[in-house]
Write a protein that binds this ligand. Structure first.
Ligand code: ARG
Length: 505
């Protein structure tokens, strides 16, 4: 077992006095960055594998390091690892435990590497996995929305502008608007992942290293698309964290907007939807209350996620090249962002799968507020009246309806004809809700036929990206997730390129 030994700081050589006890606790990050241990170990195994292939470590040393790291990982997995604050962070905790376990070879792991390129690598490896998980969670919510849209493809409710009744729409159409917003979120994250998937290792502290390393090989072992071009940039770049936080902020802004609608719609005044009891809570004083806590909380959580974006931008804005200790502050906002995103997406998909719609209430609301007034104007245009005149005629008819407390469809033909004798009996078909939505029958319109087609296209898009994700994930697994596979790959590549190896072990 590893036992913390404060005097064993890897950098203690040039110091004459021990670290102040408070400073030690103040500067340590192990309390939170230990969350990265699997990625730290994954990176170290790839690094050691590369060092040995380049003849910088012997095969025996490499094997001792790899199995030693696996044993450390197993201890951490099992909750048996003793974390040490004097050892500052996850990197030195793991390395020090390795050396305590295997002796001399452990001390060679850090050859040609610095914690600066190590931490930049760990965070990218971790975030890459989290982005995959978040994208899968978005997809799951999108699927729930498509299912609900399919069920409610003919359900009519008022569409709003300025939160005033505007025109009738189908509920399926409304849900597909949410679907599109999420589709952009999923794309944005894929884009962020692509740009992030570049390997810092080999930059060492800032300038590179004097050892004959093979960065392409390490990058390949870790599933990175390529090594970073510039060592200074590699250790100090946190653009990927900011970009992720921005994508996360936009996603949370979307969820917050969905929440606002669900909260309004589930109020007694709207009564359009009912959230399942299992997603609501009551009041300790008012017995009648059933509160939409989940959407409210998601709307609230958007605030902290926006804050993390601002925090990360501010963290970076004054930093000269290259690494500065400030960067240690990148982790907690990222962890919190990821946790809240995953939680919000999961609960949202579950909640949408359990939503009840009150179709009568939606329909009744669509009948108020003269929602088919534009349809009457369009009808007059079809009868040869210029749109501006038609607008005026309908405005007068609406004014009559307001005075009489009746909707346009409830006025008599004679009443309508006092404003224009172009109006005939067939106008009443135009003024129905069904007629209104069915008439908007083009790509992107609210007609049920269009919504059905859009749902089918949506399912195709999700199906295609699921295939992509599966392919990428299995590729990723093959390359990196299991150490034995990494080693196996190393052995194979040795057989192939033994003769071309410039630094044989
Ligand atoms: N804990 C540090 C971080 O999170 C690791 C890198 C430390 N590097 C250094 N030169 N002190 O950024």
């Amino acid at each position: 077992m590893n036992e913390p030994n404060p005097s064993a700081k890897p950098w203690a050589g040039r110091f004459n006095a021990p670290t102040d006890a408070f400073v030690e606790a103040f500067t340590a990050s192990v309390d939170f960055d230990r969350r990265l241990y699997r990625y730290d170990i994954q990176g170290s195994i790839a690094h050691a594998t590369m060092l040995s292939r380049q003849g910088i470590l012997t095969a025996t040393e490499r094997d001792a390091i790899v199995s030693g790291l696996e044993a450390v990982r197993a201890r951490i997995d099992a909750g048996e690892f003793v974390w040490s604050i004097p050892l500052e962070d996850v990197h030195m905790n793991v390395e020090s435990a390795l050396t305590a376990d295997i002796g001399e070879a452990g001390k060679k792991l850090h050859t040609g590497r610095s914690r600066n390129d190590q931490v930049a690598t760990d965070v990218r490896l971790w975030l890459r996995d989290e982005i995959d998980a978040i994208r899968a969670a978005i997809l799951r919510l999108q699927q729930a929305l498509l299912d609900l849209a399919e069920r409610e493809v003919d359900t009519i409710l008022p569409g709003f502008t300025h939160l005033q009744v505007a025109q009738p729409i189908t509920f399926g159409h409304h849900l597909l608007a949410w679907f599109e917003m999420l589709e952009r979120d999923r794309e944005r994250l894929a884009d962020c992942r692509r740009r992030m998937n570049v390997m810092p290792l080999g930059a060492a502290a800032l300038a590179g290293t004097t050892y004959p390393i093979d960065r392409h090989y390490t990058a390949e072992l870790l599933g990175f698309d390529r090594p970073a071009e510039n060592s200074l940039d590699a250790v100090s770049d946190r653009d990927f964290a900011i970009e992720f936080a921005a994508d996360a902020a936009i996603l949370m802004m979307h969820l917050s907007r969905f929440s606002e609608e669900l909260i309004l719609w589930s109020s007694a005044q709207f009564g359009f939807v009912e959230l399942a009891d299992s997603f609501c809570t009551g009041s300790s004083i008012m017995p009648q209350k059933k509160n939409p806590d989940v959407p409210e909380l998601v709307r609230g959580k958007s605030g902290r996620v926006f804050g993390h974006l601002m925090g990360l931008l501010t963290l970076m804005k004054g930093q000269p090249l290259a690494y500065n200790k400030d960067n240690q502050e990148d982790k907690e906002p990222l962890f919190d962002t990821v946790d809240n995103l995953k939680g919000s997406l999961k609960v949202y998909a579950d909640m949408m799968g359990n939503l009840t719609c009150n179709r009568e209430r939606m329909r009744a609301a669509a009948k108020q507020g003269f929602s088919t007034a534009t349809d009457l104007a369009d009808y007059l245009v079809r009868r040869g009246i210029p749109f501006r005149d038609a607008h005026e005629i309908v405005g007068k008819a609406v004014a009559l309806g307001v005075r009489e407390g009746r909707d346009l469809a409830e006025l008599t033909l004679a009443e309508l004809r006092q404003f224009s004798d172009a109006i005939g009996e067939e106008v009443f078909a135009v003024l129905t809700l069904e007629g209104s939505v069915a008439a908007r029958d083009h790509l992107g319109g609210t007609a049920p036929a269009q919504v059905r087609a859009a749902i089918a296209r949506g399912r195709e898009r999700l199906g295609a990206s699921e295939d992509d994700d599966t392919a990428r994930e299995s590729q990723f697994r093959q390359l990196v997730s299991e150490t034995s596979e990494t080693l196996e790959k190393w052995r194979q590549s040795q057989d192939i390129s033994e003769s071309s190896n410039p630094h044989p072990a």
